[in-house]
Design a protein around this ligand. Structure first.
Ligand code: A2P
Length: 266
């Protein structure tokens, strides 16, 4: 139950199951999110991504998507851009409840707790749909056992692009009882006026981010950082952290920061 193995006559394979869309939310003309059923055998670690897609003219078109739902939820959630002529997203943006969606069977990725050394404060830096992995991680009790403070920092062009801000600004206990007093949210808007403006990299360099958050200088002894954005964003943050003595981590060798591209180009 839960997953529809042959919705619309589409057959599941070894690489993907066929799930059913349960709801869709359009944030703007360029951003939407959707939820699907979850295969009983689908297991993942908070922060991972998985291939998601549609059958188009008898061929599967799949793209990597971070899983935005929590590991304990019975459904999966994904947060996506709408690329006007994108082979996948130009179609995926039109899905309705009940429609079939392909979900890969092998989630993976480096934005996971076990790729980081122990620390006290966890920063999660995301641009655009790079918010998605944080939405899963903030629903994981293990994150609050591992860190005293968890800070989600989201940079977007326009205020309307601050998807999920109701969840992130609202009563933290609605996320998890453990989130109370530990989870913080810092949204910044780069192309119109807002209470916080400017790119994350600029806010880091100027010291404004840390002073707004009322925290001390970034310290590789205690601070851990997860990064999910466009390739130039990732490159710039990585360079900045390198100068501060932060080392990149991986599951095979946990470190001070991890990064992943915010996926879906088409
Ligand atoms: P900006 O508006 O100054 O380009 P996009 O929609 O292009 O993916 O951008 C999402 C957010 O990421 C925007 O706020 C954008 O700022 C910011 N951004 C894009 N590239 C970089 C970068 N190299 N360093 C820091 N922020 C970036």
């Amino acid at each position: 139950e839960g997953s529809v193995q042959n919705a619309g006559g589409i057959q599941a394979t070894k690489t993907y199951s066929v799930e059913s869309v349960t709801s869709v939310h359009h944030w703007t003309d360029e951003l939407f999110s959707f939820r699907t059923t979850r295969d009983d055998n689908f297991d993942f670690v908070s922060g991972q991504f998985v291939m998601v897609g549609l059958m188009v003219d008898g061929q599967p078109i799949l793209r990597a998507y971070s899983i935005a739902s929590g590991i304990a939820e019975s459904e999966l959630e994904f947060f996506s851009v709408k690329v006007p002529n994108g082979p996948l997203t130009s179609r995926l943006q039109n899905v309705k409840a009940g429609d079939p969606v392909l979900v890969g069977r092998k989630p993976t990725g480096s934005l996971v707790l076990n790729a980081l050394k122990p620390g006290r404060r966890l920063y999660m830096l995301g641009t655009g749909t790079g918010l998605a992995p944080w939405l899963s991680l903030i629903r994981d009790p293990a994150v609050y056992s591992a860190f005293d403070e968890v800070i989600v920092i989201h940079s977007v062009r326009q205020t309307a692009d601050l998807a999920y801000r109701d969840v992130l600004e609202g009563d933290a206990t609605r996320i998890l009882p453990q989130s109370a007093g530990k989870l913080r949210y810092y949204p910044t808007v780069t192309r119109e006026d807002y209470r916080n403006t400017g790119r994350i990299t600029e806010l880091m360099k100027s010291g404004k981010l840390l002073s707004d958050l009322n925290v001390g200088a970034l310290d590789p002894k205690t601070d851990r950082i997860m990064i999910c954005g466009s390739p130039p964003f990732n490159t710039d943050v990585k360079a900045l952290l390198g100068e501060l003595g932060f080392a990149e981590g991986a599951l095979s060798a946990p470190g001070d920061f991890v990064l992943e591209k915010a996926f879906v180009e088409g």
